[in-house]
Design a protein around this ligand. Structure first.
Ligand code: RP5
Length: 174
């Protein structure tokens, strides 16, 4: 094990195929940060750096992997082939096809090596983090409580918006 891996206590590993993926994948990192989940982030490519990808996955003790890639996005499938831990795929819009290419490449895994796949882009990145947190919360009561509180706060914001709309309609303001 490399010295970096020996000191790595991250529970979630966020991988992306290129630094150009960071603006979107930052959403996942931010959500994990909100929940104080230790995360390690690496750029690696299934086709440009296959050996680096293998080394990163093999040396990681993360419990869940979040993998974002665009185009012919096979990074998540490659990572899933290298570990039995959950690998969540985030398809990214990196080509003229707007992410549909990455969505199909990520989601259409043949039976045997699953890649649970989220929505294209920012929503997918943030939801991947929440899904990772839900997986960790199965054996972490504190995280489970925080996830429940997060949902409660989200519901309260919807109530507040509903009230705002009610008041706007009653007062005739646009
Ligand atoms: C994929 O190709 C990456 O995940 C990225 O979304 C896309 C473009 O990469 P760059 O050419 O910007 O490095 O492998």
């Amino acid at each position: 094990m490399s010295p970096a891996a020996a000191n790595d206590h991250s529970r979630v590993m966020v991988l992306m195929g290129s630094d150009s993926d960071l603006p979107v994948m930052r959403g996942a990192i931010e959500v994990l940060g909100q929940f104080d989940v230790p995360v390690r982030t690496e750029v690696t490519s299934a086709h440009r750096t296959p050996d680096r990808t293998r080394e990163i996955v093999n040396s990681s003790r993360a419990q869940v992997f979040i993998v974002g890639a665009g185009g012919a996005a096979h990074l998540a499938g490659t990572v899933a082939a290298l570990t039995t831990r959950p690998v969540l795929g985030v398809p990214l819009a990196a080509t003229s096809l707007g992410g549909l290419d990455a969505l199909l490449a990520t989601v259409q895994m043949p039976a045997g090596i699953p890649v649970p796949t989220l929505a294209i882009g920012e929503a997918g990145a943030r939801n991947a983090a929440l899904a990772a947190i839900a997986i960790l919360a199965l054996s972490d009561d504190d995280l489970d409580r925080r996830l429940t509180a997060y949902r409660r706060e989200m519901a309260a914001r919807v109530e507040a918006r509903a009230e705002k709309v009610r008041q706007a309609l009653e007062s005739g303001t646009p």
